[in-house]
Design a protein around this ligand. Structure first.
Ligand code: GLC
Ligand code: GLC
Length: 822
């Protein structure tokens, strides 16, 4: 069952009913100002950091769901309704929510009145603009009153939810009915003392009335759906003093049949320098110059429309870097539109703010952000460069890392802990990905501090060396890397031994004296250690490179010798040196991560798809047999049914959920890539389709979440609700699946000296064309594909057959035609 459809031409998903199984959201903004927006206008806005600079309030865990948003109430002769359906929930004659790239348009119609609002964050602005068109679709004249509504959050979202004894006395606003560009409400809580920022909510006309006090607007004991002022039909002109400041304007419109009235609402964030904070000597009135300038840029509907067009042109340009044309429209829409869009969102948000992440719990993850770069770097390489420097600046001198840092301060967050021994190696992955895309080796010389300590700067390459050395120096009895607190799998906590209810597995003291080792980090080290060696070599450090390759070889051998269970790779050795992920145990026999990553690293890869004795083929066959489901590959099997103190959080989840045998989508692309490595493109593409949302659209009632973006998890085969997704949007699945589909299935990947062209997608996609812009040149790559296992393409470049699968970079501005036949 579906709740809408794709409009590929417009690059939109069209939700055609408010009654989706869960709010289906979009993200507005891609620079500093962000909004989350559901198909029913729920969500909130913040400046840079969802915890520390929250503009508007949202209630997670609320009943009913999706409470808090920007609403426009209509009072049409006493009939009160909201075009976004929520919060009033009056039946609509027509409803449609179009989620596009950086904007959404929600249209509701009732009783001969149509209200269409386009929500977006304009490029270069710290503001959400709501461009409204109100149309009289009846054949009689109509006079209606519109009431806008936003509820301000008192900036720090954590404090806002906890510190009522203070906060309910501090709220302050200013109202400007006759402003230079219409009416505006200013939220200035704490501005009198240490803040130098305020929010504005304006409308581009002189409003008939306003409200800034929530209890007046809503009415004591009412829900938002029963708000008193819209029902009364007139604003109360309330001025907040403490309690709950809001922004609401009322605008009365009279419309002839067929007539449309446009309105533009702007919710903006402004900062004033210390010496320009005030408009008066008594330091009471906010200097509004910057707000007025902002409102002047959106004083007309034409200005707003032009900004929407600029946003669409920006995305057209971004998406032109990689696109495909094939006979599979689902593949095309994921590759060309939605997967890349989600990569932008994960790059911006890491794991901080979604409908499953509250924005106050997690900042930017060290490992997460490095991986997110892999799917983003081709879009805006300059921002990837800045991100790499930010991440590396939080690294410690010994190569280890804070697990997370705050986006506003860019400082490591001690509360979240450290000691995840996979973290350092992801930095090598991120940097190598960046240099391959851009050719910018100068980043390796960039001075970067440790733990943001001024004076500690060393060239970025030295940070990579510390990452590499950290693993070299932390190896256990089998020569495999020590796991520390956990590796990529946050929940595999082999040294925690937690017995305390509610204690965090992420920060609790580790038990001393153990030697738990990770096969995942071993595979990761083989893959990224080799990339480190290659970078060293290209810097002329051949001695460093060969030394590094020697250790990589040792770890590779250790995996084959000590981490092979007979049919698949072990997952780990625990605190006591016992194997984890072995057929010898009744539960947790086989885990996905080491199978995918070892094969990606080339460990145990024999001679093509028919080499069934090769460990790689055996391990991948075992994955298919034991982890495969119609909804994707589960993380491990059988899931743990009891708490295993020596394994940690993984065994705390009910079987089939999250890391305990859920389909943890992030690691499925590792197996997809691994299948292409052994030349089984058909299997790779099959796995791809199982988790990719466009292919799951028809079962939206089962999947529940947005059919245009990946979710972190789909419930596994042992879960009572198998196939049901959770944690949409903010997941490493976005970056990794873009890598898997663009670089391995379609097979076009940047290397240091040219593009590698090596498609492996099986017979379902018999021909396709990829257009790739790399380092300024355009490559038109046309593939004729038999899909036969093990077949590698033969290439004709600009009419000349070439050996191998490498296309050297051409001068910027040129177009290269590549024909590939498999
Ligand atoms: C979440 C975390 C990520 C971790 C994964 C597996 O996605 O953000 O860092 O690797 O879970 O535990
Ligand atoms: C990761 C895991 C999750 C775990 C969390 C701890 O996000 O996916 O299961 O609880 O890390 O922060």
């Amino acid at each position: 069952m579906r709740f809408g459809h794709f409009d590929d031409e417009a690059r939109e998903y069209v939700v055609t009913t408010p009654h989706t199984p869960y709010p289906w959201i979009n993200y507005l903004g891609s620079e500093q100002f962000f909004s989350l927006l559901s198909h029913q206008a729920g969500g909130y806005s913040f400046y840079r950091d969802a915890k520390m600079r929250r503009l508007t309030r949202y209630r997670y865990n609320n009943i009913p769901a999706d409470a808090g948003g920007r609403y426009l109430y209509v009072n049409d002769g006493g009939d009160v309704w909201t075009p976004s359906w929520l919060p009033v929930k009056a039946d609509l004659d027509h409803f449609e929510a179009r989620h596009g790239l950086g904007y959404s348009r929600i249209t509701g119609e009732r009783g001969g009145l149509r209200v269409a609002t386009t929500f977006f964050v304009p490029l270069g602005e710290n503001a959400e603009v709501q461009r409204v068109a109100v149309t009289n679709t009846s054949d009689v004249e109509k006079t209606v009153t519109l009431f806008s509504f936003v509820e301000f959050c008192l900036w720090n979202a954590q404090d806002d939810q906890t510190n009522y004894q203070r906060n309910l006395s501090i709220g302050e606003v200013e109202v400007e009915q006759d402003g230079p560009h219409g009416s505006a409400i200013y939220h200035k809580t704490e501005y009198r003392e240490r803040r130098d920022h305020y929010a504005v909510f304006g409308v581009n006309t002189r409003a008939d009335g306003f409200d800034t006090d929530r209890d007046t607007f809503v009415g004591a004991y009412n829900s938002l759906g029963e708000a008193a002022v819209p029902r009364a039909g007139a604003s109360a002109d309330s001025v907040a003093s403490g309690w709950y400041p809001i922004g609401s304007h009322s605008v009365r419109v009279t419309l002839a049949p067929g007539e449309t009235r446009d309105l533009v609402y702007v919710l903006g964030y402004l900062e004033n320098p210390q010496d320009e904070k005030w408009a008066d000597d008594a330091h009471q009135v906010v200097n509004k110059e910057r707000a007025h300038a902002l409102l002047s840029r959106f004083a007309t509907a034409e200005q707003a429309d032009a900004a929407v067009e600029a946003l669409q042109a920006y995305w057209t340009d971004l998406l032109s870097t990689y696109s495909v044309r094939s006979s599979d429209e689902k593949l095309d829409r994921m590759v060309n539109i939605w997967n890349q869009y989600q990569c932008m969102v994960t790059f911006n948000m890491s794991r901080s703010a979604s409908y499953f992440e509250t924005g106050i719990g997690r900042g930017m993850g060290f490992r997460d952000s490095n991986q997110d770069l892999l799917g983003f770097v081709h879009l805006v390489p300059e921002r990837a460069r800045e991100r790499i420097v930010d991440i590396a600046s939080t690294q410690f001198e010994d190569g280890s890392a804070y697990h997370q840092y705050q986006p506003l301060t860019k400082r490591g967050n001690n509360d979240i802990g450290s000691g995840f021994n996979d973290d350092p190696l992801w930095l090598i992955a991120g940097v190598a990905g960046y240099v391959k895309e851009t050719g910018d080796f100068s980043i390796l010389d960039e001075p970067v501090p440790f733990d943001n300590e001024p004076g500690s700067e060393v060239p970025l390459f030295e940070h990579l060396t510390r990452s590499f050395e950290y693993t070299v120096n932390h190896r256990g009895p089998h020569g495999l890397p020590l796991i520390g607190r956990a590796d990529w799998n946050d929940c595999l906590n082999l040294n925690c031994f937690s017995t305390e209810p509610g204690e965090s597995f992420q920060t609790t003291e580790n038990q001393a004296g153990g030697h738990a080792e990770s096969v995942f980090i071993a595979a990761q080290f083989v893959l990224y250690g080799e990339q480190y060696a290659e970078l060293a070599e290209r810097r002329g450090l051949s001695e460093v490179a060969s030394q590094a390759r020697k250790v990589v070889g040792e770890v590779r051998e250790a995996v084959l010798e000590h981490a092979w269970d007979g049919r698949w790779f072990l997952r780990a050795y625990d605190f006591y040196g016992n194997p984890v992920g072995t057929d010898a145990k009744p539960e947790g026999k086989i885990w996905i991560e080491p199978q995918g990553f070892a094969v990606m690293a080339g460990i145990g890869v024999g001679d093509g798809p028919e080499d069934t004795d090769a460990p790689a083929i055996q391990a991948l066959d075992a994955v298919d047999e034991m982890l495969g489901t119609p909804h994707g590959l589960v993380l491990q099997f059988p899931a743990y049914t009891t708490y295993q103190i020596e394994l940690g959080e993984v065994s705390t989840y009910p079987p089939g959920y999250k890391e305990n045998g859920g389909i943890f989508c992030h690691n499925n692309p590792w197996v997809i890539i691994a299948e292409t490595v052994v030349g089984r493109g058909d299997k790779a593409f099959d796995y791809y389709k199982r988790i990719t949302p466009a292919y799951r659209e028809d079962i939206s009632d089962v999947h529940k979440l947005e059919p245009y973006v990946y979710a972190q998890m789909i419930a596994g085969k042992q879960a009572p609700r198998a196939g049901e997704a959770k944690n949409s949007w903010l997941t490493g699945t976005a970056a990794w699946n873009f890598v898997a589909v663009s670089q391995y299935l379609l097979g076009v990947r940047p290397d240091y000296d040219g593009l590698v062209v090596d498609p492996q997608i099986g017979p379902d996609v018999p021909s396709f064309t990829v257009t790739r812009v790399a380092r300024g040149a355009t490559y038109e790559i046309t593939v004729t594909n038999s899909g036969a296992r093990g077949s590698r393409g033969s290439l004709v470049v600009d009419g000349t057959p070439v050996e191998g699968n490498h296309v050297p970079y051409a001068p910027a501005g040129s177009t290269v035609r590549v024909e590939v036949t498999l």
